[in-house]
Design a protein around this ligand. Sequence first.
Ligand code: B12
Ligand code: SF4
Length: 491
Amino acid sequence: MKNSPSILIIDLNNFARYPTLAIGYLVAPLRQAGFKVEVLSPLALGAPAMTHEQAETKLEHFKRRIYFSTHPLMQAWHERLRASHAHYQHRPHAPTLQLLEQRLKTNPPDIILLSAYLDHYPTVEWIGQQAAQYQVPVLLGGPAFSYPQTIQAWSQLTGITAIFAGEADLVIADLVQAILTGGDLSAWEGVNTGAKPSSIAQPLAALDQLTLPDFQDFPWEHYPHRIIPIMTGRGCSWNICTFCSDVITANGRTFRSRSLSVVLKELQEQAQRYQARDFIFLDLKLNSDLSIWQGLIENFQTVVPQGRWIATVHVDAKGENGLDYTTLAAAKAAGLRRISFGLETGSPSLLKRMGKGTQVERNARFIADAHQAGLSVRCSMMLGYPGETVQDLAATRNFLSEHQAQLDRVRPARFKAIPGTRFERLYHKRPGRFPGIEIKAWDYQLARAEYRNVNGGDRTYRRLKREILGIIHAINSKPLRDDARQFDGLM
Ligand code: B12
Ligand code: SF4
């Protein structure tokens, strides 16, 4: 392209210790189309590297106790504490903004592309205002722009030319060209300019057409280890859990898989390009498509000799679903070091009400098998699901204590009421189905609801929760298996 237009991509999510997959997927087709692309990444400008899980300390344990407290006094403070923590955590990163300000003054790009989480609202607002002063168009996107009311809540921002809702990989180059040449944006699926009701692009079907993600702009020298992110498919084949907001994101809607041969080729090429052998599979559930899961186990070492990888899976009640001992041991031999799954709870009735599609005994078997296969086992779990009783908490405490020696890390989360989830739809239809939760207000800008957990005041309930947090503290304080250490804190 003669006099190629210049594109500045600002990756607000890049505090991670490996490149951002979405940015790699957007940069590659733009470069291929001949644009001059530059990625502005806060990490490269000194923003502290984000660790998904902090090293366990007494302070972490204390913070967790406060965060999960349902003491009547704490209930009143919860929302305020959460809001101020979120405000601190997601405050605009000053060096990034200064650099952008300088850049706009001296050498403005032809267009700014912004990838943001909803917590980045203040930063996006600031960037929009600055860009407007210099008449630089801004195209905004991100995983959480997939719900009409959220898009509407963001549409009025000054200086934001359009919000793209959906996966932009295959349209990004043409879309940027259309904006730069003043084309009519109203006909574009997924492009929102605030002029008409929200438009959300259909999930991308042709995943095998994706261009190899381009990570050359990332600050590799700032990463403690060279780890390459990859996704073999988008969405989750289970897709039913009531609380799940992953399956309503731009990329998480409906399950689609890539072909095994394409994935293997990507592993091989990316390992060579970035001189790295460690991979993180960002698939919501890597065993969603068993032919991919088995195929990776069979071929990983052929395409990346001595390579290592970590992944998340869904433990299913329908059968072993690729997670029997023999397959897990083969996965270990194929380089898998750490496996993560959503335990959620040790209570059978809660699992059922969450629509988790698994059973407590099946989770127990999986943990024992994965541990015996030599894998580092990590799970996420939930406290405060609507209607959670002391019996549920006692079951969870017993489960964790029985598996304490086999679990390497546990990441607990508080139940979140999120617009667009199955929970929201079921709640609107029949709030009585979720006893103990009083929704006070839905906030579409942040895609979350403020609620009160009416059950939490009971003393026995609070004691059991303290005991659970104590077991989690003990588990998370353990040193990791040696060969999983370089992956600690990544998921
Ligand atoms: C991997 C991941 C991480 C990694 C990030 C690593 C990295 N830098 O990539 C880690 C572990 C560090 C992480 C951390 C966090 N994460 Co996270 N993460 C994810 C996860 C599982 C996958 C993201 C991904 O790679 N998707 C694959 C790509 C291809 O899809 P995509 O990001 O949607 O991008 C496509 C489209 O959205 C669109 N698009 C994206 N950007 C742009 C920009 C433009 C201009 C255009 C046109 C289009 C466009 O096109 C892209 C290509 O198809 C998602 C879940 C999910 N299903 O998305 C959560 C998710 C994105 N994370 C989330 C959250 C909340 C967090 C944390 C705040 C959690 C926490 N409390 O610790 C932190 C905050 C990090 C921060 N920097 O502020 C939320 C965001 C929700 C929101 N409100 O915005 C999600 C959706 C999970 C959820 N369901 O709640 N995360
Ligand atoms: S198995 Fe995981 S990704 Fe799939 S719907 Fe349930 S919580 Fe979401």
